[in-house]
Ligand binder design. Structure first.
Ligand code: RIB
Ligand code: CA
Length: 345
């Protein structure tokens, strides 16, 4: 399944990337860098670094726009760390980004193989919106589109009513959702906070992954650890993963969410590969861009109040334990494969 992954790498984006690299069904063709958690150039450096660490610097990495369509970029280093990957310090990649920008990659890849590509966006929708502006036929060429973003029936994580990816670039999200719903275009599957905040990674999950990856020592971060404790795991993927996710555990605990980590993006990646893991509800989704208190709020009309076509499928239910079993199995096996083939000690 050829896949385009547009992300704002980020800690959970990093897990989504590893999951896609580990999954036999995913034929990852391009990783597109969108400013969000951290600035676009830092996102790009993280994408290049993860791919080279995993021996996959054959995969194209593109740089996207410097910021949102109409507003200055806001970032959240307090959530994902100064470089967007928590405490992890990845070897700086020697590989370089593609000659073409993210929007052109969306356009050209889907034009080469219409109806083939699965699109996955786990960051702001800036670059997909720019691509659709340049080529309005793009939506009809996608096989599937999965978006991690929005929140509908609970509080937000960025303002009282907004989710981060949408809040960073509400205009882009509005334009993307408006581009779908016509006959012949797939309906984006939206994975909102309502569902992704039930995907709670625990230290036990990380310990299970390390053990399954035959990594030593098996470390299980805990709230009593010295903040910023660095992993000494001998498996290179596990070591960097523990360093990244520990920062996320500490952030969630500081937010009174508990010493856990919401794994929004790898869940969206799992939906992109197998939509059957989630129940859905059809709706017409739009984004508030003018509200003073509510700018960036995603609104779902499930009852036809607006008399507009259904343009989205909202993911509403799943089995988090089954998701984590799959994530742990696949990333652990991948970590062993990378360790065995890696020149990185
Ligand atoms: O709101 C959560 C989303 O915003 C995730 O994709 C996270 O990585 C950030 O981009
Ligand atoms: Ca993200």
């Amino acid at each position: 399944m050829p896949l385009i992954f547009d992300c704002d790498t980020g800690i959970d984006d990093s897990l989504a990337l590893l999951y896609l690299l580990a999954h036999p069904s995913a034929d990852l063709r391009a990783v597109l860098s969108t400013g969000g958690n951290v600035p676009t150039d830092v996102v790009c450096a993280n994408n290049l670094a993860w791919l080279q660490l995993c021996g996959r610097d054959d995969i194209e990495v593109c740089v996207g726009a410097d910021g949102p369509l109409e507003t200055p970029l806001m970032t959240t280093e307090e959530t994902h760390g100064p470089l967007g990957i928590g405490y992890a310090e990845l070897p700086v990649a020697t590989s370089t980004q593609s000659h073409r920008d993210a929007a052109d990659a969306w356009i050209e890849l889907t034009a080469e193989n219409p109806g083939e590509y699965v699109g996955l966006v786990t960051g702001p929708l800036t670059n997909l919106a720019l691509a659709i502006r340049r080529d309005p036929l793009l939506p009809s060429r996608l096989r599937r589109l999965v978006i991690m973003g929005g929140v509908f029936h609970q509080g937000g994580n960025t303002t009282p009513t907004t989710e981060w990816n949408i809040a960073v670039d509400p205009e882009a999200a509005k334009e993307v959702f408006a581009a779908f719903g016509q006959d012949g275009t797939p309906r984006p599957i939206i994975c909102p906070l309502d569902l992704t905040e039930t995907i709670r990674m625990t230290p036990d999950h990380l310990g299970r992954l390390a053990a399954l990856a035959e990594s030593s020592p098996v470390e299980q971060p805990g709230p009593d650890d010295e903040p910023g404790t660095r992993s000494v795991a001998d498996n290179v993927i596990v070591r960097h993963l523990v360093d990244a996710v520990r920062f996320y555990f500490e952030f969630h605990e500081a937010q009174s969410e508990g010493y856990i980590a919401h794994m929004h993006d790898p869940f969206a990646a799992a939906v992109a590969l197998d939509p059957s893991i989630t129940g859905i509800r059809h709706a017409c989704v739009d984004v508030e861009v003018d509200g003073t208190l509510t700018r960036g709020t995603t609104v779902a009309d499930e009852r036809g109040f607006w008399n507009r076509p259904v343009n989205a499928e909202i993911a509403t239910t799943t089995e988090p334990d089954l998701f984590f079993d799959d994530l742990i199995d696949r990333i652990a096996a991948f970590a062993i494969a990378v360790q065995n083939s890696s020149t990185v000690s």
